[in-house]
Ligand binder design. Structure first.
Ligand SMILES: Nc1ncnc2c1ncn2[C@@H]1O[C@H](COP(=O)(O)OP(=O)(O)OP(=O)(O)O)[C@@H](O)[C@H]1O
Length: 305
């Protein structure tokens, strides 16, 4: 696998405000990279720098081994950029919007491209309707369709599902997955942990102008610690008895009748614990193994030190 995007030591300040301190990341060809960060953490600024819309103060960006600032024109053919604010024209229909972009990008047969993309993005029913009448989900789908005119290798999507209802969000996730299957490289920004978890091959966590953690969703979740076993007993007294039997395990009380146990080796530790409880005739009313979520990691990483 080769890296199609390489970002090294990017710094950016607006007047006296430093937004990006030192950002380094890379994206493998044909994968989805999710840049995760809170509001105002600098995601859009970084995206604009990577796509050459904004100049950095320091550091380098290359796409397909070409330095972005030196090769603006060659690079622009390789990617599309879907900004947070929709760029579709409200007074035009979906078909007209697509045809216009196709003409601007000098694509042959703009009419056919528009028809094909409207079909692909389930917008054919609205082909002759003005975009002003579209729902948020349809508008985002049209945005994405427009970004595919000219068949770019890389798609930059700035918060693609912000403001969408859960159904439209799911639809869009499905579309993004399909685009990856078709070989596209996708770089998206998001505030949604679930989105990063479900879509990304790699997540970069942006905070205080740096990527403070990076990894697969599974690796990121490991930062929040191992899985836990939640045990619930019928009475407080039974819980006390169980606690005194489970010496040497990493226990934390949850409430009067429940506790959690950290599981360094999930299956073995659960078997050991249940066997100890069985021998002591202490039957819990329920037990559940819980995996850490990206929410746990987010909480941990955004905690002020
Ligand atoms: N042109 C500008 N001039 C001055 N400050 C700016 C400019 N653009 C962005 N900023 C500031 O830089 C910081 C990062 O903004 P940016 O839009 O990159 O964050 P973000 O992570 O994309 O946030 P959001 O999720 O809210 O879109 C913010 O504090 C913002 O006010």
């Amino acid at each position: 696998m080769t890296n199609i995007i390489e970002v090294a030591n990017i710094q950016k300040r607006f007047k006296t405000k430093t937004v990006l301190t030192d950002v380094t990341l890379s994206v493998e060809t044909g994968t989805i990279y999710a840049l995760l960060g809170a509001n105002g953490s600098g995601k859009t600024t970084l995206l604009k720098i990577i796509t050459g819309l904004l100049d950095q103060d320091n550091g380098t960006v290359s796409i397909s081994h070409l330095e972005v600032r030196q090769h603006q024109q060659e690079i622009q053919r390789l990617f599309s950029y879907s900004a947070q604010a929709s760029t579709v024209d409200d007074v035009l229909t979906g078909h007209e919007n697509l045809k216009l972009i196709a003409k601007l990008r000098h694509v042959s047969n703009p009419n056919q491209i528009a028809v094909d993309l409207l079909n692909e993005f389930k917008l054919s029913a609205a082909v002759n309707k003005r975009v002003a009448t579209y729902s948020g989900g349809m508008r985002r789908r049209l945005d994405l369709a427009m970004s595919l005119v000219g068949d770019p290798e890389i798609l930059f999507l700035d918060e693609p599902t912000t403001g969408l209802d859960p159904l439209s969000r799911n639809d869009l996730w499905e579309t993004i997955r399909k685009l990856k299957k078709a070989g596209k490289t996708i770089f998206l920004t998001t505030q949604y942990l679930e989105e990063a978890d479900l879509l990304a091959d790699q997540i970069g966590f942006l905070k205080d102008g740096r990527i403070i953690e990076t990894g697969t969703p599974a690796e990121m979740k490991q930062l929040a610690g191992p899985e836990k076993l939640i045990l619930t007993f019928e009475t407080e007294q039974l819980l006390h008895q169980a606690t005194s039997q489970l010496v040497g395990f990493d226990l934390s009380p949850i409430n009067d009748v429940s506790l959690s146990v950290k599981l360094p080796d999930t299956v073995q530790t659960v078997m050991d614990i249940l066997s100890i409880l069985q021998n002591a005739a202490l039957k819990p009313v329920s037990f559940e193994v819980t995996a850490p979520t990206l929410d746990d990691v987010f909480m941990q990483l955004t905690k002020e030190v």
